[in-house]
Each structure stands twice: as C-alpha cells, then as structure tokens.
Design a binder for this molecule. Structure first.
Ligand code: ATP
Ligand code: MG
Length: 799
C-alpha cells in the first residue's frame, strides 16, 4: 500500500468536521427548490433523473460541497464517479469554487477506471496479481490474443484477434468471468471463445497484467468473493455520487450496487435521453431500474433548463420525441427566446467548413449585432472523427486557432502517418525516418535484426536506408520472406518516384497507387484465398477499426486534390504539425458528439447532418432501430450543448473514398419542429460561386440546394420519404461494393451506366454476364454486370 493510499484512508485526515460545519453555505442559494431538495437529502438513495442542462451536475457538485461543509463526510469518505477525466477535473474545480478554497483532497473523485486502479492495487493478491501489475494497451492485448489463437491451431486470418478482443471486452462489460460465463456464450468465436478467454485471463495473471476491462471486473470479483473487503469499503465510502448514470454498463452497475449495499447513501444523476454508449455495453435500463434497486429512493425531477434558449430546447425536444419508450420530460426555461436554430445546406463538405470558419470569425468580431464572442465559447461537434479534417485544414488556412478534443488530430492518426511516410519516401528517397516507419508496415518479414543490418549497411556505405536495402538485396544478403517483399517494395519506390515527374499521372492517382501497390490498403482487409480472389469476392475489413482507418485514408487522398503535387501537400502538413500554439490562446473547439457529453458552449455548430453520416449507417446496420434511437439521442445531446446559438448544417455532396457522393439531409433535420428553425440560404446559391466542380453538376446542385430552400414544401417531405427508404450507406472500400439490383439483362446497347471503379460509360455490347463498356475516362472494358448500374441511379450509389 503506497503512502498516498494510506492518506486516502478514513481517519488519516486532520480535517476537523466541526471546523467545516461552521462554514457558510452560499452554494445552496444558487439552487432551485428541487435541486436543493436533492442536495439536502443526504441520507438514503437519491435519483435525479432530468433532461439536459437542468443542473444535475451542478446539484451533484453542490451535494459534495454540502457533505463537506456540514461535516457529514470527510473528503476521503466520498466516492464520486464521473465519465471522463475532464469531467472529474471540472467537478473538483467546481467543488473548490463552491467552498471558496481548493479541494485537493477528494481522493476518490474520478472515473470508474481511475478509481478501480487504486482499489485493485490495494487488493491485487485476491485475484492472483501483484500490486505493481501493469495495464496492457490495446496493441499488447491483441498481440497476446493472437499468440493464443495461433497456439490453439486456429487460423487467425479467419478468426482475428481483434474480434476476440471485442468479444472478451463485451463479456467483461457484463461482469462475466470465464467461470461465470453463461452457457449461451459457448458458441462465441467459433466455439473457442470461452476457452480462449480462460487462457487469456490465465496468461494475464502470469504476466502480472490486466487489460482495461479487468480493472472493473477484478474489483467486482473481489467484492463478490470477499465479504470482509466489501464491508470495509461500504463503511469507508459513506456517500456515493454518480454523474451520467445512464451510461453505466453492467459491471459498473454491479460495482455501485455492491458498494452502496450497506448504507444506501447513493445519489445518481442522469438522463435516459442522453444514453449514448449502448455500443459499449451501457444499459439505460440501469437508471430506469433505480427505484427497484433502491426501494424508497427519493426521485427528484428537474424541469427548468438553465443552459439553452427556448428555440434550442424546442428543437431538441422535437428530435428526441421520435424515440419510443422514453420516460418523457418537459423542459422549460426563463431565458429569452433568442435566435432560432439555424439550418443551412451546402454544396459540399469544404463549402460547409469554409462557411463555418467565416461564421466563427464574424462571431468573434461581434458582427451580426452580437457582442463579440470568445473562440473558447464556440464548438464544432461532429458525428465521425473523419469529418474533423476539413475543419482543421480550413482553420489552418485562415489562421483560426482551434483545439481537437478526444482523439488525435487527423494528421496524427496512425494510418495517416503511415501513408504520409510512404509519400515522403516517394518524394525523397533519403527520408530514412519515413522509410523506417513503413519498411515493415504492412508486415514484410523485416524484423529488428534485419532492420539493424540495413541500418549498418547504410552507415557503412554512407547511403540512405532505401539504397542500402537495394544494395543488400543485390548482394544476396537478405533472405526468406523479407527478400521477395523488399524487392517488391524497392521496385515500387523506383516506379512511384519516377511517376512523380510523369505529367500524365496526377499526384492524387499516384498516391492511391502507392497505397494500393505497397499493400498498405490491402492490409486492412482480411486475406483471401486464391479461389476467393479469382471469383472476385468482395474484400472484408479485417477488424472493427479497419473501416474507420480506410475512411481516413480516403480522406487523406481527397485532401491531396487541393495541392499541386505531393511535395506541396507534405509541406502543408509539416506546417500543420508545427502549428501548436500556446494553450493560453483562445481557440474554437472541435470534438465528437460523444466527447461533448455534459459540456456546454454559447455557440455550437453541428455539421454533417446527412443520412448515412448522421444517423450513422453503420450504427443502423449493426443495431437497427436501437441504433437509430441511439443516434437520435446523440442528436439530442448535440443540440442541448448549445446555450445561445445552434447551427445545423449538411452538404449536398461529399467526397467519400475519393468518390463524389450526393447526400440527402439527415432524417433528424425533418424532425426539427419548423417553428424553432430558421433556414439560411446557402452562399452562392444565387449567382454561382461553387467553382469548376459545380459547373458539371449544376442541375444536381440546384436540386440539392432547392431542397434546403424547400424545407417547408411538400417536396421536402417526399425527399425525406425517399431518404428513409434508401439511406446512403457508410462508405465502403470500392472493391467491396456489390450492387446486385441490376443484372446484365437490365442493360441494352447504348445505355449510359456507372461503374464504381471506372466511372461513367456507355454499353457497347453484352457477353454472358459481362458488359462491354466504353468508359468516358478509362476506355473500353469488359466488366461484370453486377458492378454496374444505370447512370441515372449513380447519385444514390451506396458508396
Ligand atoms: P447535462 O445533462 O447536459 O449534463 P446538467 O443537467 O448536468 O446537464 P449542468 O451542467 O449542471 O446541467 O447545468 C447547466 C447550466 O445551468 C450550467 O451552466 C449551470 O451552472 C446552470 N445552472 C444549473 N442550475 C442552476 C440554477 N439553479 N440557477 C442558475 N443556473 C443554474
Ligand atoms: Mg451534467
């Protein structure tokens, strides 16, 4: 037990309860009667179940202050759980502000994970660990699982470690150990899941290690198996407080129930409408069951919203009312009407980023009759992290300071760095750092030793690593798998570098070629047998993360279009990476909707409200109506982050995977009550301004733009009906697309068609199941009919 831990134990603090009790309680004056009731009911279970911005977190914080001030509890007797470290820090600061002095000593205020690490270190031996156990990151975890899968003689190509990792994670979220795993799970992972889970847990023990899910699971196990330990903590944590209770998973729920089991002084706050972590095992049922779990619980409902204007609340209420099985709450506010929620459609994603950039600047300057607003008061909340790049690029171009919260910035992501490393070697063969990064990415059998040999040769010969590799290959000094692979790689770099100067090859095509020929893109798909390859079976992403990474890579290639050549692009990114400004400077925030939970900003931008992107097609495909409802709650969370101004936008076209995709406005837009929405006219709608790209797509653009204008028209409704029957799918890698709606027989000579790889063309003839097509750009080709569709449908291709 460390000395800090000793200090956390009750009785170790010199704080005098009487001295605290004598303090005034100004924080109570800031509360409304319902909040005050929840704060002052210190004994027994309390549930605050209320909508966004009603002051749940504020009341929870005041409750901590009250516990301390009244001397009911010492700081170390309070267990307060929040969802993110940011929220924990904020709550500590807020308690400090309420008490008028800093509160260093609330040792058990933190996230579930942070608190469980501390608990587990105290009792590690009870689950067969030492107190200095290490916590594995995802990479370590995957490597370990892979070893186990291979040792079991299972083909890890068909049964990838990542899939097993996610299954095990799910089990841990449900608090199932290998011993308590229900029989219903026996068939998981080809029937080997349970056995591999047991082996994995045993291996972790030998390594004196835990993964993230273990932190909770082990502590729950300890509590369940050691009554004395549990009783000790039940006594210690005399008061338990939980924020965002709607997002607890089963393991967290059990953990809380066990701890609160004695005194039942537990206060949970949450909002069923804001449950957005179902995909990670959160169970909204936990909050709805609270009164059953804790009979006699005091349930406090708050209805006054202190955050947002009536229009913002009205818009949010309109959207969330589309969900079934809600408790249903009415929110009201005393705040003035304010501005309506603004809705604007754009030509494409770049236009959207450009417009938002200008808006942010004008709000900062205080135009539009508003008082100038700090950049710190503005946030852009996106559904998918790949949306961030357009904003990052735009803001860099105009010199607008920004911060990205939750997740690395676009150019810091692994796959983007890998791809950039390839480009760097193509542009400059002596970029050794870049070469080192990719020489064995994807795996080419180049281990540490082989790399050291290359490095030594480079030093001896005084040449870059690429040339040293070439020399070693020439001398026959590289053997095994690495030999063939490196020969391919070196030949590849020769070809690609030559293409840099070939004017007939665009740098965008070159970039795509590099990523494909190097095998980098391919490494994100499951391997295929020769047979499967010959049959032209669609490629399947190798794991859950792969689609997102492929999406980012396509985004990267798309970004290249704005530059003259690869070199120019690389310089641009180098400058971006160097752009880290001082933290003290005010900045506009970019983050995902998920990361924005519990936060508030005077001005919020919600871009990308397009069907397929938001609601996310993937989420709907995976979880059906449940998925759609969770997306809707996310929309509710998004709108209710705004205090004064909420701007929703969508783009008629997005380049996804390098393909233009026309998008339909999100169905959530249709759910916004009209009386709370003001539809803005997209810039350039009257009088052009969309640039060259628009010229060829004028008719379609007018159609899309009209859609934004025709918000009130019956046409809008029709459009919406269409959008819900034929949603635009999440982008998929082009080889992966199978369009089976159109058979060869559906075409006749002279038809205009569209092929996802070769673009538009005209049918010249039909041979068996193949079409002979003269493509506008790619020339004459014979292609399989199912990959072709009538050109007229191409707008709605599920890319
Ligand atoms: P969310 O569901 O989004 O987490 P919440 O219910 O936790 O919201 P808070 O963040 O606690 O809401 O409060 C929202 C805003 O309202 C904060 O700025 C808070 O300071 C303010 N507020 C809360 N209660 C009151 C009150 N009684 N009087 C004045 N302002 C209040
Ligand atoms: Mg809150």
């Amino acid at each position: 037990m460390s000395s800090t831990d000793e200090n956390d134990a009750p009785g170790a603090l010199s704080l005098s309860a009487q001295a605290m009790a004598a303090r005034p309680m100004p924080y109570l004056d800031e509360l409304n009667p319902a909040q005050r009731e929840a704060v002052e009911a210190l004994d027994g279970p309390v549930l605050m179940l209320a909508g966004a911005g009603t002051g749940k977190t504020k009341a929870l914080t005041a409750r901590i202050a009250h516990l301390l001030t009244t001397g009911r509890a010492r700081p170390n007797e309070i267990l307060a759980v929040t969802f993110t470290n940011k929220a924990a820090r904020e709550m500590k600061n807020r308690v400090g502000a309420l008490l008028g002095h800093t509160v260093e000593g609330i040792p058990w205020l933190g996230t579930f994970h942070a608190i469980c690490v501390k608990l587990l270190r105290r009792h590690a031996e009870l689950v067969g660990l030492k107190s200095n156990f290490s916590i594995l990151d995802t990479d370590d975890q995957i490597r370990l699982l892979k070893q186990l899968i291979q040792a079991a003689g299972i083909d890890d190509k068909r049964w990838p470690a990542r899939q097993l990792a996610s299954i095990i994670d799910n089990w841990k979220n449900r608090a199932w150990t290998p011993e308590t795993l229900p029989a219903g799970e026996a068939s998981a992972f080809n029937g080997q899941g349970p056995e591999l889970y047991a082996q994995y847990q045993a291996r972790l023990k030998t390594l004196n290690a835990v993964d993230f899910g273990d932190l909770l699971l082990h502590v729950v196990t300890i509590f369940q198996q050691h009554d004395d330990v549990l009783a000790q903590y039940q006594r210690w944590f005399r008061y338990i407080l939980v924020d965002e209770y709607q997002d607890t998973n089963v393991a967290q729920y059990l953990w809380l129930r066990l701890l609160a089991g004695g005194h039942k002084n537990i206060c949970c706050v949450g909002d069923d409408d804001q449950s957005i972590y179902g995909w990670r095992g959160a169970e909204v049922g936990n909050i709805l069951r609270f009164e059953k779990d804790f009979p006699g619980a005091k349930v406090v409902r708050l209805e006054q919203n202190y955050r947002s204007t009536p229009h913002i609340l009205g818009a949010a209420a309109g959207v969330i009312s589309g969900n079934e099985g809600r408790l249903g709450k009415t929110l009201w506010t005393e705040v003035d009407e304010g501005e309506k929620v603004r809705l604007i459609g754009h030509w494409d994603g770049e236009e959207e980023a450009r417009w938002i950039g200008e808006e942010v600047e004008s709000m900062q300057r205080g135009t539009r009759g508003m008082t100038p607003m700090s950049l710190d008061d503005m946030a852009i909340l996106v559904r998918a992290s790949h949306q961030m790049r357009a904003f990052e690029d735009r803001f860099l171009t105009i010199g607008l300071p920004y911060r990205v919260i939750g997740g690395p910035r676009f150019y810091e992501r692994m796959e983007i760095r890998d791809a950039m490393a390839y480009f760097r070697v193509v542009v400059s063969g002596d970029d050794d750092l870049a070469f080192e990064r990719i020489v064995n990415t994807p795996k080419r059998g180049v281990g540490d030793k082989a790399l050291q040999n290359i490095q030594r040769a480079a030093r001896d010969l005084g040449v870059p690593l690429l040339d040293a590799t070439r020399a070693l290959l020439g001398a026959g000094e590289i053997k095994g798998k690495a030999k063939g692979e490196l020969e391919k790689l070196v030949a590849g770099f020769d070809r690609w570098s030559a293409a840099v100067h070939d004017l007939t090859v665009s740098h965008v095509e070159l970039a795509e070629t590099v990523l494909e020929e190097s095998g980098y893109i391919r490494s994100y798909f499951k391997p295929q047998t020769e047979e499967e390859e010959e049959r032209g079976d669609p490629l399947v992403p190798k794991d859950a993360e792969a689609p997102g990474r492929l999406e980012n890579l396509k985004e990267l290639v798309k970004a290249l279009e704005g530059f003259e050549n690869l070199q120019g692009f690389l310089e641009h990114v180098a400058l971006i990476m160097d752009n880290e400004s001082q933290e003290t400077e005010e900045k506009v925030t970019i983050m995902t909707l998920h990361a924005a939970k519990g936060l508030e900003y005077p001005a919020v931008f919600l871009p990308g409200w397009e069907d397929g992107l938001f609601p996310s097609q993937r989420s709907m495909d995976e979880s059906g109506l449940k998925g759609l409802e969770e997306e809707r709650r996310l929309a509710y969370v998004g709108i209710t982050r705004a205090e004064e101004l909420c701007t929703i936008s969508f783009a008629a076209n997005r380049r996804v995977y390098g393909q233009w995709q026309s998008a339909l406005p999100s169905r959530f837009i249709d759910e916004l009550p009209q009386e709370h929405v003001e539809v803005l006219t997209p810039p350039g709608l009257h009088g052009g301004g969309y640039g060259a790209a628009a010229a060829g797509m004028g008719a379609r653009m007018e159609d899309r733009a009209a859609r934004a204008d025709a918000y009130n028209s019956p046409g809008w409704k029709r459009m919406q009906a269409r959008s819900s029957t034929r949603p635009i799918s999440q982008p998929k890698e082009s080889r992966n697309i199978v369009i089976d709606s159109e058979a060869v027989s559906a075409f006749t000579q002279g038809d205009r068609v569209f092929h996802q790889k070769f673009g538009y063309g005209t049918v010249m003839g039909i041979e068996g199941d193949k079409l002979d097509i003269e493509f506008d750009k790619a020339g004459g080709k014979k292609v399989v009919g199912r990959f072709v569709m009538p050109a007229a449908n191409a707008d709605d291709v599920p890319f």
